[in-house]
Design a protein around this ligand. Structure first.
Ligand SMILES: Cc1cc2nc3c(=O)[nH]c(=O)nc-3n(C[C@H](O)[C@H](O)[C@H](O)COP(=O)(O)OP(=O)(O)OC[C@H]3O[C@@H](n4cnc5c(N)ncnc54)[C@H](O)[C@@H]3O)c2cc1C
Length: 390
């Protein structure tokens, strides 16, 4: 970095063009920030472009619920915000119980949410489930229903945020991997094979690769990659309107208007971080196909057209990192969405822009602080020494 004449300048550098990067870039540019987005491959190449498209507040861990509810309102108003809705369909999401114990677990979950003031999840009985989805197998016992949830088209959504950000002046550089980030004085520098970029603020939205960048500033985060799998079937006559999940086994299931069915549900394949791709484990896909034919016996002979795996970032406590750095000024992170970050993208981009431009987001992000892992490790160490001392 000896020659500073070629350095390209902005107010904010965003590293990583998934949905969280493009949404943050859009919300930052909307507030007047000059943004440069640096993407190693192409925008929406990874999890954000190849996911199941579930727009689901249902089943979220408690700390994520306020963010998911806020994000859901953006999904419902996306056409006004971006001039396009990302293919969003408010199909409702239904989590099916297959035994009485599972239905009890649904009741307990909803009672727990209500004790925290959240009323978006509703327990429904077997008859109501079968009224909503008459093609389901008769052994179902009930479930949880969220009417305002749904699904969208991932590549289209991420591209919509990218195009809207570009219309506001954000610059997108694809095929531009950031090899090194470093702060000199008050400015951040990102070094790529195509030159060096500089800004006052830097945001890391590099998905499963974010931990490598955080490590460069001495901020170690327990984040690991997983290859999540999906398959899509041949076309079949319409039989299912809602987006489905199950209580007792992994399932994410929806039928598109064109008749194809997308099947997933945090099915773990293989993640190859170094070569930047995911691979399918067919034995595991077979188990998931069995869940589907248990629930919809008439699909037994339906062919699978395509299967794939996308690389996603998982953290130790299954919550994302949405946080200012605790090691360096003007450095921010938004990653580690643990297989559920598509729904959160529109809202988290707005919250990140507020954190970066106002210093205070409109919803608390305390549960997602990057130093929570080191704090809990330190607490358990001091707990251990306390026990020894006694
Ligand atoms: C198969 C599958 C199904 C899923 N289903 C759902 C679902 O139904 N509902 C839901 O809510 N969520 C779902 N998810 C999760 C969701 O897709 C992710 O949580 C979300 O897309 C993460 O977005 P991101 O922007 O953080 O990461 P990504 O989309 O991974 O984007 C990160 C980007 O950073 C780039 N990058 C990395 N390193 C660098 C670098 N050094 N320099 C420049 N660029 C870099 C990468 O190339 C990548 O494009 C699913 C995920 C998968 C894989």
């Amino acid at each position: 970095m000896s020659d500073t004449t070629d350095i390209q300048e902005a107010d904010v550098l965003v590293v990583g063009g998934g949905l969280h990067g493009t949404s943050s870039a859009f919300h930052l540019a909307r507030r007047g920030a000059k943004v440069i987005m640096l993407e190693a491959d192409y925008v929406a190449r990874h999890a954000s472009g190849v996911n199941a498209g579930g727009v689901r507040t249902l089943g979220r861990p408690l700390p994520e619920i306020p963010l998911a509810l806020m994000s859901r309102e953006i999904w419902h108003g996306m056409s006004d915000l971006l001039g396009e809705n990302g293919g969003f369909v408010a199909s409702g999401q239904l989590k099916i119980a297959e035994t009485d114990d599972e239905l009890d677990a649904c009741r307990q979950r909803v009672a727990q949410l209500e004790s925290h003031g959240f009323t978006h999840e509703k327990v429904i009985d077997r008859d109501t489930v079968l009224e909503l989805e008459p093609a389901l197998a008769r052994h179902v016992t009930g479930g949880i229903w969220v009417e305002r949830d749904g699904y969208a088209l991932p590549y289209r959504t991420t591209t919509a945020f990218r195009l809207a950000a570009q219309r506001l002046g954000a610059r997108f550089l694809e095929g531009t991997p950031v090899r090194r980030i470093e702060q000199r004085g008050t400015r951040w520098f990102a070094v790529t094979p195509h030159g060096t970029f500089s800004a006052n603020q830097l945001l890391v939205t590099a998905g499963a690769w974010s931990g490598e960048l955080a490590k460069q500033v001495g901020e170690s985060v327990p984040v690991h990659p997983e290859g999540l799998m999906l398959m899509v079937t041949q076309r079949v006559a319409p039989f299912c309107r809602a987006t489905l999940g199950a209580t007792g086994r992994p399932l994410s299931f929806k039928q598109f208007d064109n008749g194809t069915v997308v099947i997933g549900g945090k099915l773990i394949g293989i993640a190859d971080l170094a070569n930047r791709h995911g691979e399918v484990d067919f034995a595991r896909l077979v188990r998931s196909a069995r869940t589907v034919t248990d629930l919809f016996p008439h699909l037994r002979n339906l062919g699978v057209n395509r299967a794939w795996a996308g690389v996603e970032a998982f953290t130790e406590d299954e919550l994302p990192v949405i946080s200012a750095s605790r090691k360096a000024a003007n450095l921010y992170y938004s990653f580690g969405y643990c297989g559920s970050g598509f729904q959160l993208g529109p809202g988290c981009g707005q919250l990140v822009s507020e954190l970066m431009l106002d210093g205070k987001p409109s919803l608390s992000l305390d549960a997602f602080a990057i130093d929570r892992f080191s704090r809990s490790a330190a607490a358990s160490r001091s707990g251990a020494s306390h026990l020894v001392a006694h």
